[in-house]
Write a protein that binds this ligand. Structure first.
Ligand SMILES: [Fe+2]
Ligand SMILES: [Fe+2]
Length: 174
């Protein structure tokens, strides 16, 4: 068994394992974004347009809200698989807030895991997960269309893909 180091082109985090993971364990990006660590090149952002800077700030707010919702959902679900899923998604959305912050040169937001509000009902939690992901995708498609910068385009395209996998997960449980 030979383990090696991999790195994600979307969040920049490293992963140690035998093979390339199907998805980044931190931000959920699919394997096409994961490279051998020695081939990783840090993204160059450059100067952002005002539109992209504002869109990224809005995206960070969305991610923080979704992360807090998922941590609330993880605590309130009665289902053992949903508890694990919601906690994992809470961390993924927090990572999204963090990677977006890097693009605008801001500190990653501190996520209060007890600040979210949610209904202690599994059906309602899955439905809200679905609705939140759908809303995020709608925004990110628009932000992608408005972005002139390569890095911003790359990140919003990846976020659309990632949040789509979260919707698929919710759809299976509705
Ligand atoms: Fe990642
Ligand atoms: Fe996200």
């Amino acid at each position: 068994m030979t383990v090696r180091t991999w790195r994600c082109n979307i969040c920049g985090d490293g992963y140690v394992g035998e093979g390339r993971p199907t998805h980044c364990p931190f931000c959920g990006a699919p394997d096409k974004y994961i490279v051998e660590a020695e081939k990783y090149k840090a993204p160059v952002v450059g100067k952002l347009s005002e539109v992209s800077a504002n869109n990224i700030m809005e995206a960070i707010k969305l991610e923080v809200g979704n992360s807090q919702f998922y941590f609330c959902a993880a605590k309130n679900s009665k289902d053992i698989e949903l508890q694990a899923r919601f906690k994992a998604l809470g961390k993924v959305e927090a990572e999204h807030a963090s990677l977006l912050s890097k693009i605008i040169g801001a500190q990653p937001p501190v996520i209060d895991r007890n600040a979210g509000k949610c209904r202690p009902d599994d059906k309602a939690l899955v439905q809200e997960s679905h609705d939140r992901e759908k809303r995020a995708i709608g925004h990110y498609r628009k932000f992608l269309g408005e972005a002139a910068e390569m890095r911003v385009k790359q990140v919003f395209a990846a976020l659309v893909e990632i949040e789509t996998t979260h919707i698929e997960l919710a759809d299976k449980s509705i």
